[in-house]
Design a protein around this ligand. Sequence first.
Ligand SMILES: Nc1ncnc2c1ncn2[C@@H]1O[C@H](COP(=O)(O)OP(=O)(O)OP(=O)(O)O)[C@@H](O)[C@H]1O
Length: 302
Amino acid sequence: MIEATGLTKHYGRTVAVDDLSFTVESGRVTGFLGPNGAGKSTTMRMILGLDRPTGGRVLINGKHYHDLHRPLRTVGALLDAKWVHPNRSAKAHLQWLAKSNNIPNKRVDEVLELVGLTQVAKRRAGGFSLGMSQRLGIAGTLLGDPQVLLFDEPVNGLDPEGILWIRQFMHRLADQGRTVFVSSHLLSEMAQTAQDLIVIGKGKLIAQTSTAQFIKDATEDTVKVRSPQLDRLRQLLTAEAAKVADGTADNALIVHGVEAAHIGELAARHDITLHELSPQLGSLEEAFMQLTRESVEYHSHD
Ligand SMILES: Nc1ncnc2c1ncn2[C@@H]1O[C@H](COP(=O)(O)OP(=O)(O)OP(=O)(O)O)[C@@H](O)[C@H]1O
């Protein structure tokens, strides 16, 4: 578990992180979202003791990073996947990391196996593709079998196969009861990966909630209806004060403010044939734009 309380960081006159409080629970993948410059990297660096807070505190499993007896056994972090000596093999890189942290050598083979790099363990890491480098970086985070894992933009630049692998791997780590905290700009990817979200804007907390609730709160659900008797249906819905707009497909309407079940019953009562009746859920992109825009406007009026 990661707990931030009143966490604040000033760089000169810039307030990078502003009185931020949140909790990252174990057994879940938690996404960390915010527009550029919102303070995500600064927050992650403070969690890892790489930056000292100006105010407040952040604890990992109840302790400051610096007070952890063997940090790598409690928290693994991947901030930059290309952070590896290019001429070292994947295995030599991990062996060096293990040795400098008093981790037995046999754990290196285990983590190589876990991330699927056993076959290429002896190849120069400098020649690895981005996807392989990410796997090597993740192997490094797992060396100490830590309970808490932090990943900064882990899927940036990866192909769809690499993205899917990382998503499934993170879910597996969370299913093992670990705390998985991951920042990303790729919102559609986050929508599928993260069960919970912490969203910040200008260093302040905008939302801490489940991904589903975040989308529900910030977007309006609509229903798409297709019917050969569209004009009749439109009249009936408008008479009920529903907001109705033309859909992009032929013979389709987008209905706001009425449940799909009600539209189905209305159509049945008036012998109207329906070819489609599908609730349209808002996207994480829409919710994110909506909520971060409000935060920016709010702050500019401060
Ligand atoms: N070492 C530093 N010195 C001065 N200002 C900094 C430093 N690091 C970050 N900042 C400033 O703090 C703010 C937050 O930056 P940070 O990199 O934490 O945001 P971010 O959410 O990670 O952004 P991005 O998504 O673009 O990576 C920005 O205004 C940035 O310019």
